[in-house]
Design a binder for this molecule. Structure first.
Ligand code: GLC
Length: 468
């Protein structure tokens, strides 16, 4: 099969979150299964763009609303990622340093999607699957089926994967004129709750809809930021496929970002050496258990509860632990974290610090993820692979991937609420585990032996395509 992934992010070209990791890995594993998988994304002005060699694959133009736009598709020359990576440049719209958060994001992503279809429409052959990710690319199935110019593409099978249903790309109705002339009888496909809702439109039009864990899929039927009714109507084509992790990037035995490589055989010394480096860098006492939090400081990740939970834990347990945070987001939370003296806080605002994140997975004892919403969560999977015990709220993909050490075969710590009380209690349990010098290595052994590579999930996507 030939599969075209369309996404706003792809690691290592551009990453804001887990979406990039998935789109940077899944195609590689699909290639290993004998398929052709390609990625098309906007040409963001990133380090990867500037450091690699590109060739022009296509040039074209289209009218969006009343503006004529020229676009260029470039292809990375050396197959560096193990699959063909194409980037779309549209003058003035896409060649920017950040991936999101511009006032004209609607125009940027609609134009990107049109450019992708303009290009595919010129191909002599047709791909078997167009696989779109999140709302930034979710208008593609609608346009393939209802924009007159793309009539040729209307029978190609489409899949929408939802990495986060909180963001839906809402647009005012006036902007529907941006889409290449479409069958206006079909306006209902674009709409949800009186607005053009790209994510809702993708759910209605895609041949299959998947999300990144079975647990999150179940939650979406009950609560999906206004789309729960739609998920129930479309339930027959919805399913959850858990993400894998890219073992080529996330393996403590070969990771070039960390000080000392280790595997399950020598994890105790390996983790100790990596922990020493982190503790030296941030001025922590190596004898104390080290907790980390890695991620955006936003409500979805329950970052607002962190300052209260950490200070309460210090009051309750004394200075018996260290805490290191890597992330940026809500300014109030950032200021509150900076004000807690005993903790290390590394702000990622300027650029996401991939290297430090690897060092944290390798050197920490515990990773805290109290997320209110977590479609899959990759950080807990990285932590497990690096022998770092995850403390997670029972939600979405976290619930699917972490079993409490109190349950048979368990290896993590699970709690129910994103509250100060629940987090502090979970941290208390972690501190006790840390003191038990026999138990911790046993649990680490268990974690590191868990299989979470992409192989089986990559095959599940192939099966999903075949089911259309
Ligand atoms: C989003 C979700 C996260 C998921 C990732 C990759 O970032 O919030 O839970 O792991 O996408 O699918």
């Amino acid at each position: 099969m030939e599969i075209i992934h369309v996404s706003a992010e792809c690691y290592p070209m551009a990453k804001a979150g887990g979406l990039a990791d998935v789109v940077g890995a899944l195609p590689k594993y699909q290639q290993d299964l004998g398929h052709i998988a390609k990625v098309v994304m906007p040409m963001h002005r990133t380090k990867f763009l500037l450091e690699n060699e590109w060739e022009v694959a296509h040039k074209g133009g289209f009218t969006m609303g009343s503006t004529y736009m020229e676009f260029t598709i470039i292809k990375e020359k050396t197959n560096k990622l193990g699959f063909d990576l194409y980037c779309v440049d549209i003058n003035g719209l896409l060649d920017r340093e950040n991936i999101y958060s511009y006032d004209d994001d609607t125009e940027r992503f609609v134009a990107f999607q049109i450019a992708v279809l303009e290009w595919i429409n010129q191909w002599e052959h047709q791909p078997d699957i167009v696989h779109v990710h999140d709302h930034h690319t979710a208008l593609i199935p609608f346009m393939m089926q209802n924009s007159f110019v793309y009539g040729r593409l209307s029978n190609i099978k489409t899949v929408l994967t939802i990495h986060n249903a909180q963001y839906q790309g809402w647009m005012n109705w006036e902007k529907a004129t941006y889409l290449p002339a479409w069958d206006t009888w079909k306006w209902g496909l674009l709409e949800w709750d009186k607005m053009v809702n790209p994510l809702a439109c993708g759910i209605k039009c895609a041949g299959r809809v998947s999300t990144v864990s079975p647990g999150y899929m179940k939650e979406l039927f009950l609560s999906a930021n206004g789309l729960e009714g739609l998920f129930n109507m479309e339930a027959a084509k919805c399913s959850g496929i858990i993400n894998g992790i890219d073992y080529a990037v996330w393996d403590p035995a070969t990771d070039t970002y960390i000080l000392d490589n280790f595997s399950v055989k020598d994890e105790e010394t390996g983790k100790e050496l990596n922990k020493k480096k982190l503790c030296d860098d941030f001025g922590f006492d190596i004898k104390l258990p080290l907790f980390v939090f890695i991620g955006r400081l936003v409500g979805e990740k329950a970052a607002d509860v962190l300052p209260g939970a950490i200070t309460t834990a210090y009051t309750q347990y004394g200075k018996t632990f260290s805490f290191l945070i890597l992330g940026s987001g809500d300014k109030t939370v950032e200021a509150q974290l900076q004000a807690i003296e005993q903790i290390g806080y590394y702000n990622t605002q300027i650029s996401y610090n991939e290297k430090l994140s690897h060092q944290m997975y390798a050197g920490a004892d515990f990773l805290l993820m109290p997320s209110r919403v977590e479609p899959c969560g990759l950080n807990q999977l990285y932590a497990l692979r690096y022998g770092t015990m995850p403390l997670v709220r029972r939600t979405g993909g976290l619930q699917d991937t972490v079993t409490d050490f109190g349950d048979t075969g368990g290896y993590g710590i699970c709690f129910n609420q994103a509250t100060v009380e629940d987090i502090v209690h979970a941290m208390g349990r972690a501190i006790e585990v840390y003191k038990n010098k026999k138990l911790l290595p046993q649990l680490r052994n268990r974690m590191m032996n868990i299989e979470s590579s992409w192989e089986s999930s990559a095959q599940k996507y192939i099966d999903l395509y075949l089911s259309i």
